[in-house]
Design a protein around this ligand. Structure first.
Ligand code: NAG
Length: 322
């Protein structure tokens, strides 16, 4: 069995060129150079040309790095990702998009509005689509700093608040993050860590009265975010039929994987996800004027209507009431 294995390959080129002071000339070329009657000067000229091209390519300003590897942090500070359901009323969908676009334009952020039918979920509830949507957004905006997953059940109400400067800096995160808090209220044994550094945080979430919320959260662009999202989107979680789908999968993930808990900042609900209706966190979850987000969790479910529930808030945003 041993011999059936192919030799291991690395991506590094063999070190011939560096070690030998004399240039390496392949045998076929040596033979060709020595063959009588061949114009040696042409062959040598070709070699010189090849070496020149190689040198120029290697010393250019891009030298592989600039072109091939996008530098995280050089693009939009935040990309807002809202997954839409095209079965809802077109007017309301437009209002939701405009709500994000107005805010994004103001702070130099970007938006991304995929459809909930864009990703194969293999029968899992369509609310799961937000996870592949974030992965998709990361490929479209590889230089962005953060991705904000915001459900269509939420409205951005205060566009003065720029999250990348008012919440996402290490100093702000350290000041507001809630430590030693049970992940699942009121008294689950797993609690948020107490000694996290703000610059080590990769995911920012809030908690409502019942547990972690996933209707408005932020992930920092990078390899860790990819791992986190892929772990969350695991087929076993999707098919497990958690009562609250991806929300309970997230709680499971955070409680069972210390590596994820160590990257997570739990912040007061009203900094990212105030509820205009629904089970708000008792201390800091209820929407009040000035909060960045008013969420109507579940308004997209049967028998409810987000457009109707949001109408008084949309009127405020349109400037009709104030
Ligand atoms: C979502 O669906 C709508 C209507 O079918 C379409 O116009 C839009 O381009 C789709 N969005 C994306 C990101 O594919």
């Amino acid at each position: 069995m041993h011999f059936a294995m192919p030799p291991r390959k690395t991506s590094r080129p063999p070190p011939y060129a560096a070690r030998n002071s004399r240039p390496y000339i392949p045998l076929w070329l040596k033979n060709r150079i020595r063959r009588p009657g061949q114009p040696r000067v042409v062959v040598v000229g070709c070699l010189v040309l090849i070496v020149l091209i190689w040198l120029l390519r290697g010393s250019g300003p891009d030298n592989g790095v600039g072109l091939a590897t996008p530098v995280i942090g050089t693009g939009a500070p935040i990309v807002i990702v809202t997954v839409l359901d095209q079965k809802k009323s077109p007017g309301w969908i437009e209002a939701i998009k405009k709500n994000r676009e107005d805010y994004a334009r103001r702070h130099g952020y970007k938006t991304f509005f995929p459809n909930n039918t864009d990703y194969p979920l293999r029968g899992a509830p369509s609310s799961w689509a937000k996870i592949p949507a974030l992965r998709h957004a990361m490929t479209l905006h590889p230089t962005a700093s953060f991705f904000w997953s915001l459900d269509p059940t939420a409205l951005i109400m205060n566009s003065n608040i720029a999250l990348h400067t008012s919440l996402l800096t290490p100093q702000h995160l350290e000041r507001v993050m809630i430590v030693n808090e049970p992940i699942v209220p009121p008294d689950s044994v797993i609690k948020t860590f107490g000694n996290l550094k703000g610059d080590r945080i990769d995911v920012v979430v809030t908690q409502d009265k019942d547990g972690l919320t996933q209707s408005s959260f932020l992930v920092k662009n990078g390899e860790w975010a990819k791992y986190f999202l892929d772990a969350w989107f695991d087929p076993i979680y999707r098919s497990y039929n958690f009562q609250k789908a991806e929300a309970h999968a997230l709680e499971h993930l955070v409680q069972w994987h210390g590596t994820i808990l160590a990257k997570l900042a739990l912040v007061p609900q009203n900094l990212l996800n105030s509820y205009a209706s629904g089970p708000a966190h008792l201390k800091h979850g209820q929407y009040k004027e000035g909060d960045i987000v008013a969420n109507f969790p579940g308004c997209d479910k049967e028998k409810r209507n987000c457009a109707d529930e949001m109408e008084p808030f949309l009127a405020i945003l349109r400037g009709e009431k104030n």
